[in-house]
Design a protein around this ligand. Sequence first.
Ligand SMILES: Nc1ncnc2c1ncn2[C@@H]1O[C@H](COP(=O)(O)OP(=O)(O)OP(=O)(O)O)[C@@H](O)[C@H]1O
Length: 259
Amino acid sequence: MKILEVKNLSCAFGGLMAVSDLSFELHKNEILGIIGPNGAGKTTVFNLITGFYLPLKGEIIFNGKNIVGLKPYQITRLGIARTFQNPRLFKKLSVMENVMIAMHKVYNAHMLDAILQNKRYSVEESLQKERAEEILEFFGLYRRKNDTAENLPYGEQRKLEIARALATNPTLLLLDEPAAGMNLNESLELVDLIATIRDKFDLTVLLIEHHMEVVMNICKRIIVLDFGMKIAEGNPEKVRNDPRVIEAYLGKEVKGVIH
Ligand SMILES: Nc1ncnc2c1ncn2[C@@H]1O[C@H](COP(=O)(O)OP(=O)(O)OP(=O)(O)O)[C@@H](O)[C@H]1O
């Protein structure tokens, strides 16, 4: 079943085509990888899907509805969550507060309930707290729930970033280089975690990643971008041996990274 369909998507900055006539599909519970050299347009695709950027042309169909033109908060409420290349945490707040704030993006109680602190508000608040604790437990961060986010080791900050995205109750999760800055062992541990959250939370995942071990391990299908265009698509083996992909990478400093 198709959950996301990107059709002929283009986005330009001045004269630069950051994304050019891009089409791809994402099926329910799939983990699809997006790779490509620096500046290939990967993050721009995320910014387009999540409503941070408006495309020049094209459609983004999520669960049968074209979401182009919707605001980021509306897209979050439809069930798309994302992480950023550099974790965007509230560094001075606690781990728990970070997750609770993310939950308020999809809050059901009205502002008035919050001001009045009425029953609906307190029921909602305690349900959210329970769910936040469950998510933190799952990420091994429960014991850290009262720590300030900036005091977490880097790998745990990255996990908290994913936990915050999950707190909005998504069906589609966009992960932008979740293993950036991690060593190989940490990256492989993250691969397991991503596969587990996909199963536990019934998610579909779109994953941008520079660590080839991560992508090749976890994604059955990968699309490759170069200069905003899709130059290859297929399983890891096919992509790894595609001459256009090899050439795209050989031109850059990441020589040999795909093998
Ligand atoms: N807001 C913006 N204004 C101007 N140019 C932009 C903007 N966002 C992205 N670009 C340009 O669009 C191109 C694609 O950038 P993008 O960040 O999507 O690439 P990327 O594949 O995610 O790269 P990286 O792997 O380095 O993160 C780059 O040339 C970038 O400089």
